[in-house]
Design a protein around this ligand. Structure first.
Ligand code: PBG
Length: 309
């Protein structure tokens, strides 16, 4: 009666990595229980997830080949549009969110087009919008730009609208910090920058006021949901966003947060299950409506048919 925070499986989103080939299920070394999946296997995974009560996935793509600008990701036959169509065919009820960013698709691993050794903000908007429109054409339910270019939400919104996709919402990675917690993800998505880092476009971990400005701008530009990322070291930002903005808040419990728990649990140093549930509960308590987490599947399995904890 007095329990203040409940997490429902409806709050959880499971990230998945799509890769080329058939019958491929490559374990991601630093993220036990997560795989690079070819489209056929991805479909099977979605079927299983949906059966377990996980009704939303966030897709990342690993292309066959990469290019200068990341345009390989924006083709109608690119890995993500193919994955979206296949999942929609087999598990039409699954809510598909697709990450919009160039870093998985560029040879240099940066999130956009390089000019003078740094990402050019405005040139990058064009490739991002192309990608978002290709995902919409394939039937995506929501796009999630994670690049952190300025002005990308309104640019993507207008591009989607012009193509008739006025109903496709945008979940913006609004307060995304330049974080070491993304390490395991970059192995999984093969997206490490080949030179420099992402500090010219991602946020300084010292800043909280700036996060509010970033969120405010994205809301003004037309974001439907805003995100704080990572989650665990940024619970104060989630809480502040919740108290400041009347809009759904998503939090990304990122790869490094996941891998730390797994490593410690494998060593027998912590009770992995209890810690995981405690962490997810804390993110919800901080004010997140939506929690993107690699733990989503195992949590659903642990609940054994229950739908909340
Ligand atoms: C792409 C992107 C990243 C993550 C989500 N989208 C990596 C990055 O910015 O380097 C990280 C997710 C995770 O660590 O789980 N820009």
């Amino acid at each position: 009666m007095v329990n203040e925070t409940t997490v429902s499986l409806d709050n959880l989103v499971m990230p998945l990595f799509a890769c080329p080939g058939e019958k491929v299920k490559n374990p991601i070394g630093s993220m036990p229980g997560n795989y690079q999946l070819s489209v056929d296997m991805l479909v099977e995974e979605c079927r299983e997830l949906y059966g377990l009560g996980i009704k939303s996935v966030l897709l990342f793509g690993i292309p066959e080949e990469k290019d200068e600008h990341g345009l390989v990701g924006a083709d109608d036959n690119a890995i993500i549009p193919r994955a979206i169509r296949a999942i929609k065919d087999a598990v039409p009820e699954m809510f598909i969110i697709a990450d919009v960013c160039n870093c998985e698709y560029t040879t240099h691993g940066h999130c956009g087009t390089i000019v003078n050794q740094d990402v050019d903000n405005d040139l990058t908007l064009k490739t991002l919008a192309k990608q978002a429109v290709a995902f919409a054409r394939a039937g995506v339910d929501m796009v999630a730009p994670s690049d952190m270019m300025d002005g990308r939400v309104v640019y993507i919104r207008e591009s989607l609208d012009e193509e008739g996709f006025t109903q496709v919402p945008i979940m913006a990675y609004s307060a995304k910090y330049a974080s070491a917690f993304y390490g395991p993800f970059r192995d999984a998505a093969e997206s490490s920058p080949q030179f420099g880092d992402r500090q010219t476009y991602q946020m300084n971990p010292s800043n909280s006021n700036e996060a509010m400005r970033e969120i405010e701008l994205d809301v003004e530009e037309g974001a439907d949901i805003v995100m704080v990322k990572p989650a665990l070291s940024y619970l104060d930002i989630i809480r502040r966003a919740r108290d400041t903005f009347n809009i759904p808040i998503a939090a990304y419990n990122v790869s490094g947060e996941f891998s730390m728990v797994k490593a410690a649990a494998q060593n027998g140093w912590i009770d992995g299950r209890r810690i995981t549930l405690e962490i997810i509960r804390s993110i919800r308590r901080a004010g997140a409506d939506i929690i993107i987490t690699y733990h989503a599947k195992e949590i659903a399995q642990w609940l054994e048919g229950k739908t909340s904890f």
